[in-house]
Design a protein around this ligand. Structure first.
Ligand SMILES: [Zn+2]
Length: 282
């Protein structure tokens, strides 16, 4: 089965050339001007650009990370890739901590085999460090996986810096190439904490307004805000459910004090923390 792509502009590493492209059994058999049809199915490509298939060197299909799973698996992801002209994806095989690289690779092959609609290859994630993994780096290269990924953040994947250094040395010795997800985990955590506290403070403001309507003035210490942020924030869902969590937590605590008579309309309810517990006092 032959196909002739007629009259397009071929884009290659040499530049743009008006040329025909002949395909035989899915492979390019000739590129040149005015190629004869010779029984091939002719596709008019006038005014079109003919690209080689694109390679997406960074996909995460079917990856469990941070309590969730990436939206695309090898089936949907590869079909979306083909729709956009990408004919090869290189996905990151990601063994769990404690798992061997071979085992991680086996699992990733199972995810892809029979499901991936385009060509594919793998990078290997190094998210743990021991003798076995050090040895396996060379074995991965022999299996056609010369590229490795290291993470500086995400608890399930990050390596301590000393181990990261050893991994980089070993990858270099073995002739591989390392890619690093570069983020400062400690700084990200600190900034996230700051952000969440700020959000919690604003949300507590909304709760305060509701309390004022009931005649209760709310006075929250910084520690109480931090505790509410810590309790109510789930990284899986982001800040959105935080308001609901704070609202019910504070309103329940105040309601309890109103019921037992500790607080009455006109009082100031003080929110403090003792032994990591939120306290409401007058
Ligand atoms: Zn990535």
């Amino acid at each position: 089965m032959a196909t002739l792509l007629k009259g397009g502009i071929v884009i290659s590493s040499q530049g743009e050339t008006p040329a025909d492209v002949r395909l035989e059994n899915g492979l390019v058999s000739a590129v040149g001007a005015d190629l004869p049809a010779g029984g091939a199915q002719v596709v008019d490509c006038a005014g079109m650009l003919l690209f080689p298939g694109f390679i997406d060197g960074h996909t995460h299909f079917d990856l469990e990370v941070c309590g969730t799973i990436t939206a695309d698996d090898f089936g949907t992801g590869s079909r979306a890739a083909l729709a956009g002209g990408t004919t090869t994806v290189v996905d990151f095989a990601a063994p769990d901590k404690g798992e061997s690289l071979h085992s991680g690779l086996r699992r990733w092959r199972e995810k892809a085999e029979g499901r991936c609609a385009c060509d594919y290859g793998f990078h290997m994630t190094i998210d743990d460090w021991n003798e076995g993994i050090s040895r396996e780096i060379g074995e991965m290269i022999d299996l056609g996986i010369p590229t490795f990924k290291l993470y500086m953040t995400y608890p399930a994947m990050m390596l301590p810096e000393g181990e990261m250094y050893r991994a980089l040395v070993r990858i270099k010795e073995a002739g591989g190439l390392a890619g690093v997800h570069c983020e400062n985990d400690g700084v990200i955590r600190a900034l996230t904490e700051e952000d969440i506290r700020e959000v919690a403070r604003r949300m507590l403001g909304a709760v305060s307004a509701r309390m004022e309507a009931m005649g209760i003035h709310l006075d929250a210490s910084d520690e109480a805000v931090a505790e509410l942020a810590r309790e109510g924030f789930d990284p899986k869902y982001g800040a959105r459910p935080l308001r609901r969590a704070i609202q019910s937590r504070v309103e329940d605590a105040v309601a309890e004090k109103l019921l037992d008579g500790t607080l009455k309309a006109g009082d100031t309810a003080k929110l403090t923390v003792e032994d990591e517990k939120l306290l409401v006092t007058k």
